[in-house]
Design a protein around this ligand. Structure first.
Ligand SMILES: Cc1cc2nc3c(=O)[nH]c(=O)nc-3n(C[C@H](O)[C@H](O)[C@H](O)COP(=O)(O)OP(=O)(O)OC[C@H]3O[C@@H](n4cnc5c(N)ncnc54)[C@H](O)[C@@H]3O)c2cc1C
Length: 361
């Protein structure tokens, strides 16, 4: 590898613009905050991404009381609620909606549930993370409550002022919410990392109460039907929260060649990601897509092989702490955001890395 051009790039991740409208007025949301966090759970535990929404809620104001809403059906829901009650010091109560209607995350019943809980609790803010779960539910719930949601928030500057990316992340826009309560937000989990102390950090659990579902409006429930969940059975970490992500682009050329990348990921304990071009070509399933229309990731180390660095791809990974890119084209835009770039043929580099990295114990 020594004969190849290796360079370290210096500048990346610029804010191109920041706008703040001068004409904005104070809203009801700016009084003392009470926040409903719409959380996701799996296997009896609250998902780490949902804890990021709790972290975002803590920036809304010092006297903010945070209620966590968990819905589902049966024992794993109750187990998740018990764990959630002790998982973050800022959670003041856990609300549980236990019904067969919430056995699967269908948007219609969930949106109705958020509407019901909001009408009873009168929260100033409702927050979910910007994953497929939150993006599916929150805008519908906002429509039912007749408010406009602020989506994809990356910074909270008080109860009504938020920063969100525009133009596929090329510019950051400061916006102020001027509508009626509740102010509804989806937040990027990568922008609100959960500090290690948050795990099981509350010795006295927050109270858990059951939501009274007797008045749940069931009008539109049943319009969609859950068919099945298909996901890959893999021991690799989840792409959204992995510390290392190894991504392949069209340069990998085939599904067969992607297996090299999977081996590399196994050795590094990394998740595998892909560009949309690689997904569209059928090399890997859609759930691995990173970018504007895929997952947003910000791992400690992001390794990109055969990825050109299109703006829509950068939108999903440019906040990674350390970016390494391998591309045979020295002018590929990925090198503008890479901390280390290697101009080389990936079909030589990956086998060499596989040989040099020790087996994972
Ligand atoms: C609305 C919209 C949304 C989009 N959303 C996303 C998104 O979420 N995520 C996403 O990724 N894209 C997205 N795209 C697509 C995006 O514009 C690009 O087309 C895509 O990211 C390109 O993928 P790529 O880098 O794999 O392919 P290419 O741009 O074709 O780049 C392949 C790279 O591989 C290099 N290469 C080839 N062979 C080798 C080799 N042997 N060794 C080393 N390097 C090699 C080439 O030099 C080239 O730079 C979106 C586009 C639109 C319009």
């Amino acid at each position: 590898m020594a004969s190849r051009l290796i360079f370290k790039t210096l500048s990346r991740r610029h804010r191109l613009c920041s706008t703040s409208p001068p004409f904005l007025s104070k809203t009801s949301a700016s009084r003392s905050a009470s926040t409903l966090v719409v959380a996701e759970h799996e296997g009896g535990s609250i998902k780490a991404q949902s804890l990021s929404a709790v972290v975002a809620a803590t920036s809304l104001g010092d006297d903010n009381s945070v209620s966590l809403l968990l819905a589902g059906y049966g024992s794993s829901l109750l187990q998740a609620a018990e764990r959630a009650a002790t998982c973050h010091p800022s959670i003041s109560q856990v609300l549980v909606a236990d019904s067969e209607k919430f056995a699967n995350p269908l948007a219609e019943p969930w949106a109705k549930l958020v509407q019901l809980v909001q009408q009873k609790g009168g929260y100033s803010h409702v927050i979910a993370t910007s994953g497929s779960f939150g993006k599916n539910i929150l805008p519908r719930a906002a429509a039912l409550l007749d408010v406009s949601p602020v989506t994809d928030v990356v910074e909270v500057n008080g109860p009504t002022q938020f920063v969100r990316p525009i133009y596929a992340g090329n510019a950051l826009c400061t916006v102020r919410y001027t509508g009626a309560n509740p102010c509804m937000l989806t937040v990027r989990s990568t922008s609100f990392p959960v500090p290690p102390l948050a795990a099981d950090s509350k010795s006295n659990g927050a109270p858990i109460s059951h939501v009274d579902l007797s008045t749940l409006d069931e009008d539109s429930i049943g319009k969609s039907r859950y068919i099945k969940l298909s996901s890959e059975d893999t021991e690799r970490p989840d792409l959204g929260s992995a510390r290392i992500v190894v991504t392949g682009g069209r340069g990998l050329k085939s599904a067969e060649n992607f297996k090299m990348l999977e081996k590399l990921a196994e050795k590094l304990g990394a998740a595998v990601g892909a560009t949309r071009a690689a997904v569209d070509a059928g090399f890997v399933p859609n759930e691995l897509q990173v970018g504007q229309t895929g997952k947003i990731v910000a791992p400690d180390l992001y390794m990109a092989f055969g990825v050109s660095g299109a703006i829509q791809h950068l939108a999903g990974m440019k906040d990674s702490k350390f970016i390494v890119a391998v591309n045979k084209d020295a002018d590929a835009p990925i090198f503008q955001v890479a901390d280390y770039g290697l101009v080389a043929d990936l079909f030589e580099v990956i086998p060499e890395l596989l040989e040099k990295f020790p087996e994972k114990k």
